[in-house]
Design a protein around this ligand. Structure first.
Ligand code: HEM
Ligand SMILES: [Cu+2]
Length: 591
């Protein structure tokens, strides 16, 4: 007996010695991993943001900073970093990890070790990515879409050498991280929901992250396979993407039988679902924040779930709208037009429901609510130009112009970034026990919203005037020279936008140290994460067993004592029990 006890104590002490590293670095706690994902994503956002500033300096003042080659590398790395290493990771890795177990009443993810591995693969993928900047020939120049043959033939451009291989290696590692993460989210939602938490009682945030995980699991392997095939083309002599008789730099390349269009098909088969991977979590987050701040149930909850599922399904059938000018048969173009335009229907229904949720609500204009409303605004703005681009006859003229750049910076870049900010203002208090400063938050929003429009809206005009994307100067062609003023205006707006987002960084540092301390439920919200301490303990719920009795949107029930009833309050409970069960601060009864 004594020996056994000693063993147990020794093991316990060993755990304590390890605990600092185990708890904060190689942690298997979903909350720590979520915060690690968020923090790393923000570090990457800083790099991506600085690259954007370099791009705008060059376009505002042509010839001032970089040459044509490094301009292409800058654009490529900016797009790659922002799409894959900032927005995807912050939303699925960050919020996915932090929120899914807490909102369904689980103690952790289904596979904590796989979860830790997922984060560390992401961290590992950053090494080849950053190394690409320093490779001989520099970073790749083929854009975030890595179109072949530019990305397939090492001698095609300076950045097509080692830089491109490092880029592919990095992305392959990151995709494995995404796949581990998606498997975890799907299994956790299917298997670890608390008693009473039926699927149709889950908050829309969880629905958004769950559907996104399914989407990732089905689409990312295609890009992984394509990336490996491209690495084979580059290093092992295959020619999947290289046609016979290609001439590069005056020399015929020894290659035969491949097709560069194959890459476009494989890339966009992932690529379009990927843009929805970036928007669906935001849609869920924003739905919950709007309900919480309007003090009303989400309008049309089952329809909100259904439309997310429909959007996800349709997103596999539209990839050809990125290839209208690739010489596809007009009948095929028409088919892709039809599927593309049909996606507008569920998107419009969602927008209607967000507005209906706010309609006649007692709206609190907290920073998270402002960013949620901003999300709806920029999403609609970008969605409308999507409808235009979805027509092949229009897209013939607008493809590869700044009009497309405007479209996806509204609907993808700005919308999902606003979703991330809304989520951070909302859940920061849960993560750290202190709220972000509201005045700084409002300043952040009121500076960011107009400058987002001032930056990206004029790009429509540049596009209509024929300005191609990925061009490093307005001085190259006579017909572009009239666009110098417009571009300078865009650049100045972009600099202010950068400053606006820097206010957020200041707010984070300030609030971590000095922010208002909050109890369990500062926003008087209904979902489960607000029924445990801020931050929640390891295991989330202590000794308590979580039981769910109602959906996530019991706001302003006429018979309740206050204007919200948390999900763990029994339906037949007397009103006084509501306050006790809810824990934390409970609002005084209103009217
Ligand atoms: C919800 C979010 C959406 C996101 C995140 C998104 C994202 C994007 C991105 C990133 C591109 C640029 C691809 C590139 O050339 O590099 C793009 C292009 C395009 N988008 Fe969207 N989009 C969204 C919604 C829509 C909608 C609702 C439609 C149509 C109804 C649409 C139609 C198009 C079309 C046709 C193109 C191709 C334009 C071209 O390259 O010429 N998008 N979108
Ligand atoms: Cu698309």
């Amino acid at each position: 007996m004594a020996v056994l006890e000693q063993d147990v104590r020794a093991a316990h002490e060993e755990q304590h010695r390890e605990s600092l590293v185990r708890r904060y670095i190689f942690s298997q706690d979903h909350k720590v991993i979520g915060i690690q994902y968020l923090a790393t994503s923000f570090l990457m956002a800083l790099i991506g943001g600085v690259l954007a500033m370099v791009i705008r300096l060059e376009l505002g003042w042509p010839g001032s900073v970089i040459n044509q080659g490094s301009y292409l590398s800058t654009v490529t790395m900016h797009g790659t970093i922002m799409v894959f290493y900032v927005l995807s990771t912050a939303l699925t890795g960050g919020f996915g990890n932090y929120l899914v177990p807490l909102q369904i009443g689980a103690r952790d993810m289904a596979f904590p070790f796989l979860n830790m591995l997922s984060y560390w693969l992401y961290a590992l993928s950053l090494i080849p990515l950053v190394a690409a900047f320093f490779a001989p020939g520099g970073a790749p120049m083929s854009g975030w879409t890595a179109y072949t043959p530019l990305s397939a033939v090492p001698q095609a451009a300076p950045g097509s050498g080692i830089g491109q291989s490092l880029w592919l290696l990095s992305l392959a590692i990151l995709i494995v991280a995404f796949l581990f993460g998606s498997l975890n989210v799907i299994t956790t939602v299917m298997q670890l929901r608390a008693r009473g938490m039926s699927m149709m009682r889950m908050p829309l945030t969880v629905w958004g992250l769950f559907i996104t995980a399914i989407l990732s699991l089905l689409s990312f392997p295609v890009l992984l396979a394509a990336g490996i095939m491209l690495l084979f083309d580059r290093h092992l002599g295959t020619t999947f993407f290289l046609p016979a008789g290609s001439v590069i730099g005056g020399k015929v390349i020894a290659a035969g039988g491949g097709d560069p269009l194959l890459w476009q098909h494989l890339f966009w088969f992932l690529g379009h679902p990927e843009v929805y991977i970036l928007i669906l979590p935001g849609m869920g987050i924003v739905s919950d924040i709007i309900a919480n701040n309007a003090r009303k149930p989400v309008f049309g909850y089952p329809v909100m779930v259904l439309t997310m599922a429909v959007i996800a399904f349709l997103s596999f059938l539209v990839w050809g709208h990125h290839m209208f000018v690739s010489g596809m048969h007009p009948m095929l173009g028409t088919a892709f037009m039809a599927t593309t335009l049909i996606i507008a229907v569920p998107s419009a229904i969602k927008t209607f429901n967000w507005l209906a949720t706010m309609w006649r609500g007692k709206i609190r204009f907290t920073p998270q609510m402002l960013f949620a409303i901003g999300f709806v605004s920029v999403f609609v703005t970008g969605g409308l130009t999507g409808l235009m681009l979805g027509n092949p006859a229009v897209d013939m003229y607008l493809h590869d112009t700044y009009f497309v750049v405007a479209h996806f910076h509204f609907v993808m870049a700005s919308a999902s970034l606003f979703g991330v900010f809304a989520g951070l203002y909302h859940w920061f208090p849960k993560m750290f026990g202190r709220a972000l400063d509201e005045r700084l938050g409002r300043l952040h929003f009121w500076l960011a919203l107009p400058t987002t429009y001032a930056t990206f809206f004029p790009m429509h005009f540049a596009g209509l005037a024929g300005m191609p994307r990925r061009i490093y100067s307005t001085q190259l062609y006579g017909y572009l020279q009239g666009l110098e003023g417009l571009n300078r205006f865009i650049s100045v707006a972009a600099f202010v936008l950068f400053v606006a987002h820097m206010i957020f960084a200041v707010n984070v540092v300030y609030s971590l140290a000095k922010g208002r301390r909050v109890a369990e439920n500062p926003w008087q919200a209904t979902t489960l994460e607000w029924t445990t301490s801020s931050p929640p303990p390891h295991g989330n719920w202590g000794e308590r067993e979580v039981v769910v009795y109602r959906w996530a949107y019991d706001y302003s029930l006429p018979e309740a004592a206050q204007d919200f009833v948390p999900q763990n309050v029994p339906v037949e409970a007397p009103v006084t029990a509501v306050a006790r069960q809810a824990g934390g601060q409970v609002a005084p009864a209103t009217g």
